[in-house]
Design a protein around this ligand. Structure first.
Ligand code: NAD
Ligand code: USQ
Length: 419
């Protein structure tokens, strides 16, 4: 009953301020943003996608496009309207540069929420060269800060849902579980015990991950100073390609990154097995990481929009992940399913060769998320997509050539046994 009252009160205050059911999706043309935009549109939200199409430009820079043939934004949106009758708007803005255009858009659309995907998200790309480091920092920090600053200047009470990463913590928790953002600690001040709630310590392992830890400070400040209502989703590695909505027509297909910079580990392994490339394990594969299927990503975003913090609350932090796996176990699983060979490469990254990772994720489960795990049979779906489009693969782009430091030797061949 009490909860009903809170929800009613918020809805009516939103109405009185002329708020609507609109959600602006920053980065809505990307791998997570596109299926999220379609899912939210289908759930009845009015969607405005903002994107500068930088990811499509990076495809050209790297000479490795999405394995799936993604349609132009125009074709995507026309097909969606044709199939569902629902209109999704698209606005081309570089959020990290065009502050005034972003502000004008926010004032015009008065969205109830902004979902922020618009960052350079590949760790290897962020470590390629000094100019890639600088681009990633400029783009990601300015995009996040411009959004927050514009929300405050607009005077509107807009909930922010930001896509952060599990990697802000460096994947280690000294044997304990990684909490959802905050840690209760006891400190001793002059013999007196005090209880403190602190942010879980950051320990980023790439320039990309570092930008996410810095985003967190922007959030802390804007929540404290201006009462901006922010949810930061610490998402694990997303696997899979399609959702119910992107399967509706070839023009709606989601991107599938397989190259050494943007391809993520499980999708890469599955795709490698299809093009008869050895599975590229970095080091001995003792790294444990958190994972989530793209179908769960889109559901989590809606849950976060529906359950924002109240004004004045601290930043809400959810671990957006459903399971953890060791890289070598994933490689063996894919090898068993497909008969692919495993090869071990000198790790191009500076990361712990072995780690334990236990992650708390009760918040989304409590809100009703039904996890899609590796056991749900969707590995086959990824293999089928990879098989269908394998001719689009540029084999020379599979091995990761980006190295965390210049003294790490380049290894294009790998070996059949771990060193
Ligand atoms: P993506 O690169 O496919 O999509 C990002 C989109 O944002 C692209 O369409 C790009 O053009 C756009 N963009 C980037 N900078 C912009 C700017 N300055 N102005 C306007 N648009 C801009 O990445 P993704 O995989 O969809 O990831 C989305 C978010 O989710 C990222 O912030 C990433 O850190 C986070 N995330 C992704 C994963 C994953 O496995 N893919 C896991 C955890 C967190
Ligand atoms: N790895 C291999 N072989 C490969 C590719 C990767 O062994 O061919 C290893 C890496 O060395 C690393 C692990 O697999 O130990 C994960 O690498 P990844 O490329 O799948 O994921 P990562 O670089 O961490 O980044 C991805 C997304 C990023 C997101 C992050 C979530 O690109 O946007 O933030 O996953 S998390 O890993 O939880 O921080």
């Amino acid at each position: 009953m009490a909860n009903d009252w809170v929800i009613d009160r918020r809805d009516s205050s939103e109405e009185s301020k002329g708020m609507n059911n609109r959600v602006i999706v920053l980065g809505g043309d990307g791998f997570c943003g596109w299926p999220t935009s379609l899912y939210l549109s289908r759930q009845g939200y009015d969607i405005t996608i903002v994107d500068n199409l930088s990811r499509r430009c990076i495809d050209n820079e790297l000479g490795a496009s999405s394995l799936t043939p993604i349609a132009s934004v125009d074709r995507r949106l026309t097909k969606w309207k044709e199939l569902t009758g629902k209109k999704i708007e698209f606005v081309h803005i570089d959020v990290s540069v065009n502050y005034q255009r972003l502000l004008d858009l926010i004032k015009d659309k008065k969205p109830k929420a902004i979902v922020h995907f618009a960052e350079q998200r590949a760790a290897p790309y962020s470590m390629k060269s000094p100019s890639h480091k600088i681009y990633t920092v400029d783009n990601n920090l300015n995009a996040t800060h411009n959004m927050l600053c514009a929300i405050v200047e607009s005077g509107l009470d807009i909930a922010v849902v930001h896509l952060g990463t599990m990697g802000v913590y460096g994947y280690g928790a000294a044997g304990t579980e990684i909490p959802e953002g905050y840690l209760d600690v006891k400190v001793d001040v002059d013999g007196e015990h005090k209880d403190l709630k602190i942010m879980y310590p950051a320990s980023p392992g790439s320039i990309y991950h570092m930008t996410k830890t810095q985003d967190a400070l922007f959030f802390l400040f804007y929540a404290k100073n201006d009462g901006v209502r922010i949810t930061d989703l610490h998402q694990g590695i997303v696997w899979g390609t399609n959702t119910e909505e992107t399967c509706m027509h070839e023009d709606l297909i989601n991107r599938f990154d397989y190259d050494g910079d943007y391809g993520t580990v499980l999708n890469r392994f599955l795709m490698q097995s299809v093009v008869d490339h050895p599975i590229t394990v970095h080091g001995k594969g003792g790294q444990t990481r958190a994972f989530i299927h793209i179908r769960d990503t889109v559901r989590c975003i809606e849950l976060a929009i529906k359950h924002p913090p109240q004004k004045g609350d601290q930043v809400k932090i959810f671990n957006q992940t459903t399971e953890t796996h060791r890289v070598i176990d994933l490689a063996k699983l894919v090898a068993k399913e497909t008969g692919a060979r495993i090869r071990y490469y000198i790790n191009p990254r500076n990361e712990a060769p072995v780690n334990e990772l236990k992650v708390r994720n009760e918040s989304f489960l409590a809100l009703g998320l039904q996890p899609t795990t590796l056991e749900n049979g969707l590995l086959k779906e990824v293999i089928d997509v990879a098989k269908k489009y394998k001719d689009n693969c540029n084999l020379s782009k599979i091995v990761c050539t980006s190295r965390w430091r210049s003294d790490i030797p380049e290894d294009l061949e790998g070996s059949s046994e771990p060193e």
